[in-house]
Design a protein around this ligand. Sequence first.
Ligand code: HEM
Length: 526
Amino acid sequence: MIDSIYAHSTVFSNPSAKYKSIAFDYLLITAVSALLVWCVQFLWTRRRLYSFAKQVHGPPALPLIGSAWYFTGSAYDILANISSLFETYPGVFKVWFGPRLFFATAEPKHYEILMTKCLAKEELYNKAVMVVGKGLFTAEVPSWKKHRKLISPTFNQQILDSFVEVFSEQADVLVGNLEKHAGKGEFDVFHAISTCTLDIICETAMGVKVNAQTTDALYTQWTDRMMEIVLLRIFILWYHPDKLFNMLPIGREASRIVRNMHEFSGKVVREKKKAFEQKKRERENSLDSHHEEMPRKRKAFLDYMLEITDDENVAFSENELRQEVDTFVIAGSDTTASTNCYVLTMLGLHQDLQEKVLREILDVLGPDRKPEPGDLPKLKYLERFIKEALRLFPVAGFLARAIEEDIDVGNCIIPAGSSVVFGILRTHRNEKYWPDPCKFDPDRFLPEEVAKRHPCTYVPFSYGPRNCIGPKYAMMAMKSLLSTVLRKYKIFTTYKSVEDIKLKAHLVLRPRDGYKVYIERRNLQV
Ligand code: HEM
């Protein structure tokens, strides 16, 4: 005690230490005051958000972290927590994620208003910008409007029909690859299917063969790993700031992969552009140039976009072209791969329906004819089957948009500056709209049944102007692939029911325990 009093008095008997102590106190007071001023200012500018938030229910939240603990744990826990929030809080509810305010809903009438009016993507989508740049998926509204208007016509029926040959060629390679699994017991079919959909999308988007199905293509590993990293960035709060993320080993790994991916697609774009300009010059120099059309066959989206670029008024830069192509590859491959896998699992689970699907395919295509464009619309039962699989397993289980102006959704106002989350998985499995929701019944999609429902009760491709650009493409590609596989193999699964398939959060919804199927060779009579 005496020692400590002595020590204290010694400090103050030393003038330099005294000044240091005053300076420190002064700095501390200034820092605390600045922090207080910042906090008051922060709270004051967000007072509208707090007052709107008070009006709706939601889970408990703590300052700074909000309800972040709902988004921790395994990918399965995260999805289970989010799903339980939608069940606990019907209608519109709020969730604080860190300091950010999200409103959530799974009501079709809210989707109709919000998906039509809110076109800006939620800030979390920026985590995908490092992979797909500012292509359609992540573009800000003004450039999205311009690009979507230009790109939409390239998804016309004639162009899609020209891709069927690619769909069916790659489906044949898939059938060959599946041979090693025939009669050999359970396996996860995702790798075989996803390499096939990647081959399809790369060939139709860029016009290049990446041979993911036949080689250990690095491109497959890059896209897989980047999907994982983007997901981690969304849910782990300390991965959010770019500067911090880029310093971490995972950030450096992401930069390395992205550099490789962009070099690959950038090279394709540069070469295609060069070839296109060369052809254009040749045409201009040729006497009968005005009669010569570029051959229509085997063009990719990139070729069509280059033609748009040729127009004087509208031009995609080389960088923009690359970003759009990267977007197609990422948005179009995993989504169709997962859906195909869910369809196969459902076929395995419902042997009677599988027979019905097969009968229709045989009626339209016979035992071994390759699908042609005119065949695909005739596969109506297969289409209903795929739609029902997308209802129970909507690969985009949740979507989010930024709210840029106050929006009245009827019973409450979603304020500007907040964000909204759409609980699509919940809507698709809500017994209010789907009696006996876990029963797999493709006839829910008979036209007379569809007419009875609100159009936003079923939104696997989202809804409104910013919906998916590729549903037709996806349906045609999936029908080609499935009709080829089903004629060669009978599908089984070890899952016992729809409920038995536990889902986990991923950029696209994935089954926690994989797509467990086993296959047996069929002997169809020719
Ligand atoms: C079963 C297959 C597919 C499903 C379930 C699906 C689902 C979706 C959904 C839900 C969105 C909206 C995302 C959001 O608002 O955040 C979307 C957007 C998009 N999808 Fe798809 N998709 C599929 C296949 C494809 C294919 C094959 C392509 C390209 C060939 C594609 C290209 C895109 C693009 C470019 C966007 C962004 C559109 C925009 O913002 O204008 N998708 N997709």
